[in-house]
Design a binder for this molecule. Structure first.
Ligand code: GYE
Length: 357
């Protein structure tokens, strides 16, 4: 009897499921309402990148009418190229690419174009011979970010009476060949030349804390006169600070009295923002990662049959806890300096004598 009841229940459940199941036509109709997006993200090297990924994922949700295929390239262009080829096979409606470096995309983007799939580039740029290989780009003006930092340094040192030849800078660069590295590095090299600063060395820290620390340790060994460290993202700044403090030196803006000034980009990592308030990082040029809604706006325009702008730059701020410089003038345009409220460093808790080793 028990067995009989079980079989009966199973039959009833199956019938009920069959009744609820949409027909093939219904399923197709349902799927047609969705916009299918293939997103090739370059990796997960920083908090900036995680925030960027999260912004894309929370924008292109099923509830918003999208299906998102997400592929992490793990810092390798070859992985990203494979992802794009897979998206083409999957006949996605749009390909979104956050490229690891600028060059090397011509062939695969031509394949996407031949398949009639629009490509939207986000964050870093692509350097292609034929600009029609992508539909639109949205991201930051990386060189302008760099110019804000160097203009701040110029005005600050002038205000403090520090001579250009006394300024000894090292640059911990981002991933070589990435637009963020190219623009930020160029801004520093140009400013050093223009003002007569000593640019002692440039080495990549790959946008990571571990590499930032390693590179800074190496640079401190090689140069005993470094007084400014230009770090091309938050994480490198944290790594550089670890190395400077481990070498028994002090970070801060008072370079006339032996401090080493740390300059950074992004302003996303919590610890970096706390260090900005404490003055351990002297200033940060904001780099905004929240591109999901911006990419969506481009897709909305395309869906409506309109032509989106080709290059879409995001406006960004600049912050410091130091009050010396209140605004920056770059190429005739004025940019404000956001003064962050200064906080005292959190004191290390004292270990009671009984617990000391
Ligand atoms: O500054 C860095 C990230 O391309 C703007 O990449 C981005 C950079 C960002 O890893 O933290």
């Amino acid at each position: 009897m028990k067995r009989y009841l079980l079989i009966l229940t199973a039959v009833v459940l199956c019938l009920a499921a069959a009744c609820n199941k949409p027909s093939v036509e219904q399923e197709e109709e349902f799927a047609e309402d969705y916009i299918l997006i293939g997103f090739s993200q370059l990796g997960a090297e920083s908090d900036w990148r995680s925030a960027n990924t999260e912004s894309m994922k929370s924008t292109f949700t099923a509830a918003n009418g999208y299906e998102l295929i997400f592929e992490d390239g793990q810092q390798k262009q070859s992985n990203q190229i494979t992802a794009i080829r897979t998206f083409i096979q999957q006949e996605v409606d749009y390909i979104v690419l956050a490229p690891v470096t600028e060059t090397g995309w011509d062939t695969v983007l031509q394949e996407a174009k031949d398949a009639g799939i629009p490509v939207i580039i986000v964050d870093r740029m692509v350097d292609v011979d034929d600009e029609t290989l992508f539909t639109s780009w949205v991201g930051s003006n990386f060189e302008l970010e760099g110019k804000k930092v160097t203009e701040w340094l110029h005005r600050y040192t002038e205000a403090c009476g520090i001579q250009p030849e006394e300024i000894n800078i090292v640059n911990i660069q981002g991933t070589i060949g990435a637009s963020a590295q190219i623009g930020r590095t160029k801004a520093l090299a140009d400013a050093a030349k223009e003002h007569g600063w000593n640019l002692l060395a440039e080495m990549t820290g790959d946008f990571t804390q571990a590499k930032g620390r390693e590179v800074m340790e190496y640079l401190l060994d090689g140069y005993d006169n470094i007084n400014v460290v230009y770090c091309e993202n938050d994480h490198e700044a944290l790594g550089a600070i670890e190395a400077i403090e481990a070498a028994g030196k002090t970070v801060g803006p008072d370079i006339a009295n032996g401090e080493i000034m740390v300059l950074a980009f992004d302003g996303i990592n919590d610890e970096a923002v706390a260090y900005l308030k404490e003055g351990k990082i002297t200033c940060i040029a904001e780099c905004n990662p929240l591109h999901g809604p911006r990419v969506k706006a481009i897709i909305d325009q395309l869906e409506a049959g309109r032509v989106p702008g080709k290059l879409n730059f995001v406006e960004e701020g600049f912050s410091s806890a130091d009050t010396t410089v209140s605004s920056l003038v770059i190429d005739g345009q004025v940019y404000g300096v956001t003064l962050v409220e200064k906080t005292e460093p959190v004191a290390e808790p004292e270990v009671p004598e009984s617990e000391q080793e």
